[in-house]
Write a protein that binds this ligand. Structure first.
Ligand SMILES: Nc1ncnc2c1ncn2[C@@H]1O[C@H](COP(=O)(O)OP(=O)(O)O)[C@@H](O)[C@H]1O
Ligand SMILES: [Mg+2]
Length: 271
C-alpha cells in the first residue's frame, strides 16, 4: 500500500475537505511549511505529532479564524484562498461547514445544556425556537445526555460537558467535524465516553479530522493517520501501517514515546 492510498480514497468518494499548501508563520517562526490534506466524505483522519508541531495552528487555518500566509482550503462547496480579498460571507459559510470541538469545551455557564446546543441554530441558522429545541433534544440523545437537558454545565462531569460540546457543534449540521485533542483535558476514566460518541459519529459516516494521541481510538476508527513534526507532514498511512511499520525514524520515535504513556498503550480497550 502506498502513502497515496488516502488521497485515492478521498477522490473515489468525493473530497469533503481539501487543504493545499497551507503555510503559516508567527514572526520569524515558521509553524506550517506547506501542509496538504484531502479528506473524503465519511473518512476519518487522525493527526498526531509532538507538542508544538503545528497541529492546532493547522486546524485553525482550516476554518480561517487564523488566516494562513499561503494555501487554499475547501470545505464542502466553499473554497477560500489565503490572501484573497477578504470575503466575510465565505468565511462564515466555511466555518459553518466545519464543526469544531476543542480541548476545553467552553460551554456557556449561564445557559442550560439544551440552551447551549440550541444557541447556534437560533443565532446563526435563524432556526425557529421549537425546531431548534427538537434538534437539540435529538442531538443530546445521540450523545447520551437527553436526561441532562435542563442541567447547567457546572453540574456535569468533564466528559459530559465535552459530549454537550459535540452536540453543540453537530447542531450546526456541519459537513466535517474537526476535533482538537478532545480528551486530553479529561480525567482518564472520562475519556472512553467521549471517544465512544466520536466512534459512533464516524460509524454514521461523519467526515472527521481528529488531533489525538489516543492510539486505540486511531487504530479502531481512523482510515488514515497523519504524523506531523516541525510544520511538515512526515508521513501518513493507515493506522496498521503507521503503528507497526512507520517508515520514518521521527515517526517511530514519537510513537515509541507515546506508547509508554498508559493512555497510549496499543490495544488497550477504551470503550
Ligand atoms: N498565535 C501565535 N503566536 C505566536 N506563536 C504561536 C501562535 N500560535 C502558535 N504558536 C507557536 O506555533 C508553534 C505550533 O503551535 P501549535 O500549532 O499550537 O502546535 P501543537 O498544536 O502541535 O502543539 C508553537 O511553537 C507555538 O508556540
Ligand atoms: Mg495543539
Amino acid at each position: 500500500m502506498s502513502d497515496n492510498q488516502g488521497s485515492a480514497v478521498a477522490q473515489a468518494v468525493g473530497t469533503m475537505l481539501d487543504a493545499r499548501g497551507i503555510k503559516e508563520s508567527f514572526g520569524t517562526l515558521t509553524v506550517l511549511k506547506g501542509i496538504d490534506l484531502a479528506v473524503g466524505r465519511g473518512e476519518v483522519v487522525v493527526v498526531m505529532g509532538p507538542s508544538g508541531s503545528g497541529k492546532s495552528t493547522f486546524l485553525r487555518c482550516l476554518t480561517f479564524p487564523e488566516e494562513p500566509d499561503a494555501g487554499t482550503v475547501r470545505v464542502g462547496d466553499i473554497t477560500i484562498k489565503a490572501g484573497a480579498a477578504k470575503n466575510q460571507n465565505d468565511r462564515r459559510e466555511l466555518r459553518r461547514n466545519a464543526g469544531m470541538v476543542f480541548q476545553h469545551f467552553n460551554l456557556f455557564p449561564h445557559k442550560t445544556v439544551i440552551e447551549n446546543v440550541m444557541e447556534g441554530p437560533i443565532a446563526v441558522r435563524k432556526m425557529e425556537k421549537a425546531r431548534a429545541r427538537a434538534l437539540a433534544m435529538d442531538l443530546l440523545a445521540k450523545v447520551g445526555l437527553a436526561d441532562h437537558a435542563d442541567y447547567y454545565p457546572s453540574r456535569l462531569s468533564g466528559g459530559q460537558q465535552q459530549r454537550v460540546a459535540i452536540a453543540r457543534a453537530l447542531a450546526m449540521e456541519p459537513q466535517v467535524m474537526l476535533f482538537n485533542e478532545p480528551t486530553s483535558a479529561l480525567d482518564p476514566e472520562l475519556v472512553g465516553e467521549v471517544l465512544a460518541v466520536m466512534k459512533n459519529l464516524a460509524r454514521e459516516g461523519m467526515t472527521m479530522v481528529v488531533v489525538t494521541h489516543e492510539i486505540a481510538f486511531a487504530q479502531d476508527v481512523a482510515d488514515r493517520v497523519m504524523f506531523m513534526d516541525g510544520g511538515v507532514v512526515v508521513e501518513e498511512g493507515t493506522p496498521g501501517q503507521l503503528f507497526t511499520s512507520a517508515r520514518e525514524e521521527r515517526t517511530r520515535r514519537f510513537l515509541g514515546l507515546i506508547n509508554r504513556q498508559p493512555q497510549g498503550t496499543p490495544g488497550k480497550p477504551v470503550f
